[in-house]
Design a protein around this ligand. Structure first.
Ligand SMILES: C[S@@+](CC[C@H](N)C(=O)[O-])C[C@H]1O[C@@H](n2cnc3c(N)ncnc32)[C@H](O)[C@@H]1O
Length: 268
């Protein structure tokens, strides 16, 4: 007679004990995470997840717009809400596309996946982010402050500049979830006193790169739309807003020809 028959389901399996640990640590999707972490090797990965590291840092990838994008410890994990920026960019069918503040360049990777012939450039201040970006895109990823590393051959001919810059007001960073606050670089989150410091600088620098009719895209909170729109208008860009249920994207269109662009060939 088999005395073990029927006992297995009553005894906690490895998976159920991992689920219980993850649930106790506050993981909402504990079952799914347990499965993924066990498939990825379990053990220390589970301990690190229980201690609060982002799941994507541990798995080494994130799903973005149906793509598998490489990420890792120390870099910003692309958020699903930013898929709106990628959709807006693709809708403008750019021949030349630039992503400023690219992080791991999930937006560029998505644009490339839809537009096989697009020329892409992605830049970020953080060399760790740039090394992930290089793995994720066909185009060129380079380190630098905003546009400083872009080649002059792009001047006046970029159809879309996407810039999902840090836009959390400094005083609100401490209210972010610990996964972001403790495991993503402050430079990826903190946008200055009203959250728009980097966005204002990007707006000031965008017109010289944009082709006539080209657009700068930035992600903002609804509370920032008026101030960010004013910053775009101040440099001669015509702002418009697109929203979905998760996100707000400001689309600032160049109405000037290259020779008229504010800041043409000047440094700012
Ligand atoms: C909110 S994260 C977004 C990353 C990426 N755009 C995305 O959506 O996943 C902001 C990124 O801006 C970069 N960054 C911050 N200040 C910058 C600057 N002055 N020049 C270039 N990159 C900057 C950070 O390193 C970080 O990767």
């Amino acid at each position: 007679m088999d005395h073990t028959a029927g006992m297995t389901s009553a005894r906690p399996t490895a998976t159920t004990s991992v689920v219980a640990r993850l649930r106790a640590a506050g993981c909402v999707f504990a079952e799914e995470e347990a499965e993924l972490l066990l498939q990825a090797g379990g053990g220390a990965l589970i301990d690190r997840r229980v201690a609060g590291e982002p799941l994507e840092h541990l798995l080494g990838c994130v799903s973005f717009a149906g793509l598998r994008v490489a990420v890792g410890p120390g870099v910003f994990v692309p958020r699903r809400r930013t898929e709106l920026m990628a959709r807006v960019a693709i809708g403008r069918s750019p021949a030349a596309f630039v992503e400023l503040c690219c992080g791991v360049a999930a937006v560029t990777a998505t644009v490339e996946a839809s537009l096989p012939d697009v020329e892409t450039w992605a830049t970020d201040l953080d060399p760790v982010a740039v090394s992930f970006a290089s793995r994720n895109i066909r185009g060129t990823a380079i380190a630098g402050d905003l546009d400083e590393a872009l080649p002059p051959t792009l001047l006046g001919r970029v159809d879309v500049i996407a810039c999902n810059a840090p836009y959390v007001p400094s005083a609100e960073v401490r209210h972010l979830p610990p996964e972001a606050r403790d495991h993503e670089p402050l430079i990826a989150l903190d946008g200055g006193s009203d959250g728009l410091d980097v966005i204002r600088r990007a707006a000031a620098r965008a017109p010289r790169w944009l082709a006539p009719g080209g657009a700068l895209l930035v992600e903002v909170s609804d509370a920032q739309v008026a101030a960010a729109s004013a910053a775009m208008a101040a440099v001669g860009l015509r702002p418009d807003v697109q929203r979905d249920e998760m996100c707000t994207v400001l689309i600032a269109v160049s109405t000037a020809g290259f020779a008229d662009a504010p800041g043409h060939l000047a440094s700012s």
